[in-house]
Design a protein around this ligand. Structure first.
Ligand SMILES: [Zn+2]
Length: 223
């Protein structure tokens, strides 16, 4: 039995019983807090990174955490974004890139993708980020340039998100907030885009006010 199939048996015998109430509640519907768009890379474990339970994140994954700009043609991302924002009315969208991203390495070196025509075409949606990185990062070393590309790609995909009518409408209503993150596989660090300062900051700093409010709220409950 492959490890992942054996894992299902262990889930059913050991994990499910502990959370049976949660799963039964979820069978009646979902109300996720965020649409979480990230790379397909196996090293990203969304529930672990965000410490969330089933039902809390509506997840879309693809090579390079890409959001194609809206067009009249339908794709998996278009339909999922529309459903998440217009039907489920999810209040947050996170685009989360990550270090050591094979897709972003490919985007930086498209000549190496001759045997992967679909990957090469898909990464065309990151071209503006690559161009910006070549423009602004010409003097940087390879690591710093790749970090810049990861960040620019997240910013670019946030811009693409805004072209989707469901997103644009929810933003206009003040009912949606967009977040751009980069996850560091080696250190567990997560940096978040701050549109006002034009910089990426640690999640702890970026959301300090909210985290403090949350902590104060739970103290209130305990007392
Ligand atoms: Zn990746």
């Amino acid at each position: 039995m492959p490890r992942f199939a054996a894992g299902v048996v262990r889930f059913q015998e050991e994990v499910y019983p502990e959370k049976q109430e949660l799963f039964e509640r979820l069978a009646r519907g979902q109300s996720p807090e965020a649409l979480f768009i990230t790379c397909s890379d196996s090293r990203i474990e969304t529930a672990m990174i965000t410490q969330t339970d089933p039902g809390e994140l509506f997840i879309c994954r693809n090579a390079g955490n890409i959001v194609p700009p809206h067009t009249t043609s339908t794709g998996a991302m278009t339909a999922s974004i529309e459903f998440a924002v217009a039907a489920l009315r999810i209040p947050h969208v996170v685009v989360c890139g990550h270090t050591e991203c094979g897709a972003m390495k490919g985007a930086m070196n498209p000549d190496g993708l001759a045997a992967l025509p679909h990957v090469r075409e898909w990464l065309g949606y990151a071209k503006a980020a690559v161009d910006i990185t070549h423009e602004l990062g010409a003097d940087l070393d390879d690591d710093a340039r790749m970090k810049m590309l990861l960040e620019q790609n997240v910013i670019l995909q946030l811009q693409h998100l805004k072209t989707h009518p469901a997103v644009a409408t929810a933003l206009a209503r003040g009912a949606l907030r967009l977040h751009g993150w980069v996850y560091d596989i080696r250190t567990g660090g997560v940096d978040a885009w701050n549109e006002e300062t034009g910089r990426f900051e640690s999640v702890a700093d970026r959301y300090a006010a909210e985290v403090a409010k949350h902590a104060a709220g739970s103290h209130g409950c305990a007392a």
